[in-house]
Write a protein that binds this ligand. Structure first.
Ligand SMILES: Cc1ncc(COP(=O)(O)O)c(C=O)c1O
Length: 465
């Protein structure tokens, strides 16, 4: 057998001594798990010898993507998550119930402790659905305009469109990935005066909500965002999809700084449930409304109507709500990931520190700004000219070298739907375009081995260093 990449061998205890890799974990059932970094023949020898020494190998699982390829992202889950899923599968109740409630309680407790005041948390099946119920609860609707960054994923913007509102895009600050708060103020002021969002046109309507994005785990200037929001009567829904756990310079947690904060637990995010999210608010009225709309507009929790002898079967539908609940199987994974959030953060910080050290002197690109409270969800390198002109080539070549990379983000005004809807064109949001044209996001997932980190560094240096 010839193996490449990272492999995990599960075998029973006894006298096994793997010749390569390290013992990563102890199975409570009496088995062991070893992670092997299979570099060509060498580690394959390790795996083979485990198999030769005993017939008790119970599982051979490839954990490192195809062959030597280092994927751009990979969830960090293990035995505890597996056991949590099994616990739910065996419980006889697969959809939303006790696990989701516990996940919400634990998430709210953690964020509320960091914020210094109580918060309510609602588990949802994605951040996209969380943004939808958040904006709905804040009253966004036809005739309103939501102000959103041009430099983000479409989910930030599309939720407002679901509600019949219009969108005004805001550029990022020069040399930054984050919302330009002066531009935000200017656009809100124009709309409040009954003008179109931009001098060149765009939507008109009441500025009703702003959705700042904590890009890659870096917090926006929320003091400035909140000031503008208060001045024009806008709700603030933080898109904290990248930002668990992220903190401002003052130590306040992202997601607790506006009216509602929305986190994502999508497979590539800092903690994951595969698909999932959490909407958080310190305003009980907003929590109540979101809770109603999350589950069909039903006026009371009746999830246990089939189980408890005393459970009430009666309910009333008081709104045309949505079906955005998070099933218990996923919530159970989320509870484990939540407990491990700081451990995962430390691992990402370690990778970022290795990259920072290796790349800080390179004149051809700059390292991400970083900050004390950065959740380090992404590691976006910014190429400088003349190399920036060859960004697409660099992405392709890194992939050919076996390094999975990505580009965050393609600005929304370049997307055909928004372009057509608002008559937007290249050059409309120059800072977002500049950021997009130069960025390459490197892998920064917690399970990366030191060897993989080294390979990313060597490949980047070889190609563009
Ligand atoms: C900034 C941002 N907001 C929202 C989302 C949507 O998250 P979800 O996939 O959980 O709906 C994403 C997803 O990548 C994102 O990057």
């Amino acid at each position: 057998m010839h193996l490449k990449g990272v492999w995990r061998v599960c075998y029973r205890v006894a006298d096994l001594k793997p010749t390569g890799g390290r013992v990563a974990d102890l199975k409570p059932t009496g088995g062991r798990v070893a992670d092997f970094k299979a570099a060509g023949g060498l580690a394959a020898v390790g795996v083979e010898s485990v198999q030769k020494m005993s017939h008790s190998v119970t599982m051979l699982e490839h954990t490192g993507g195809e062959a030597d390829f280092i994927p751009f992202a990979r969830p960090f889950t293990g035995r505890e998550e597996e056991e949590a899923v099994l616990r739910v599968l065996r419980s006889g109740w697969l959809t939303t119930a006790e696990e989701a409630l516990a996940f919400e309680r634990e998430f709210a407790e953690r964020l509320g402790r960091a914020a210094g005041y109580p918060l309510g948390a609602l588990a949802v099946n994605s951040a996209t659905s969380g943004l939808h119920i958040a904006l709905e609860a804040c009253g966004l609707g036809p005739g309103d305009v939501a102000l959103v960054p041009a430099y983000t994923f479409t989910a930030t913007a599309e939720a407002a469109v679901y509600l019949g509102a219009e969108l005004a895009f805001i550029d990022c600050a020069a040399d930054s990935f984050l919302l330009d708060t002066e531009s935000l103020e200017r656009t809100a002021s124009r709309l409040a005066l009954g003008k179109t969002a931009y001098e060149t046109g765009g939507p008109a309507g009441r500025p009703r909500a702003v959705v700042p994005v904590h890009f890659g785990g870096l917090c926006c200037d929320m003091d400035a965002v909140n000031k503008t929001a208060r001045r024009y009567g806008m709700a603030v829904v933080e898109d904290a999809a990248h930002a668990f756990p992220a903190y401002t310079e003052m130590g306040a947690p992202a997601g607790s700084l506006g009216d509602v904060g929305v986190f994502s637990f999508y497979a590539t995010k800092t903690i994951t449930t595969g698909e999932g999210g959490m909407a958080v608010s310190g305003n009980p009225d907003l929590v109540k409304r979101m809770s109603l709309m999350r589950w069909h507009g039903i006026d009371r929790p009746v999830w246990n109507r089939y189980t408890g002898g005393k459970a009430s079967w009666y309910y009333e539908v008081i709104e045309a709500g949505y079906k955005y609940n998070l099933p218990d199987i996923l919530a159970a994974i989320g509870r484990v990931q939540l407990r491990r959030a700081d451990e995962l953060l430390e691992k990402r910080k370690h990778i970022a520190a290795c990259y920072d050290t290796a790349f800080s002197d390179c004149p051809l690109f700059s390292i991400p700004p970083g900050a004390a409270g950065d959740a380090r969800h992404l590691y976006p390198l910014r190429l400088k000219q003349p190399l920036a002109a060859a960004r697409d080539d660099c992405v392709r070549k890194l992939q050919e070298l076996g390094i999975g990379v990505s580009v965050h983000f393609i600005p929304l005004h370049k997307m055909p739907y928004y372009r057509k809807r608002y008559g937007l064109k290249d050059g409309d949001f120059p800072n977002a375009e500049d950021a997009y044209s130069r960025v390459i996001s490197l892998p920064i997932w917690p399970g990366m081995t030191d060897e993989q980190i080294r390979r990313v560094i060597d490949s980047v240096v070889k190609l563009i260093g």
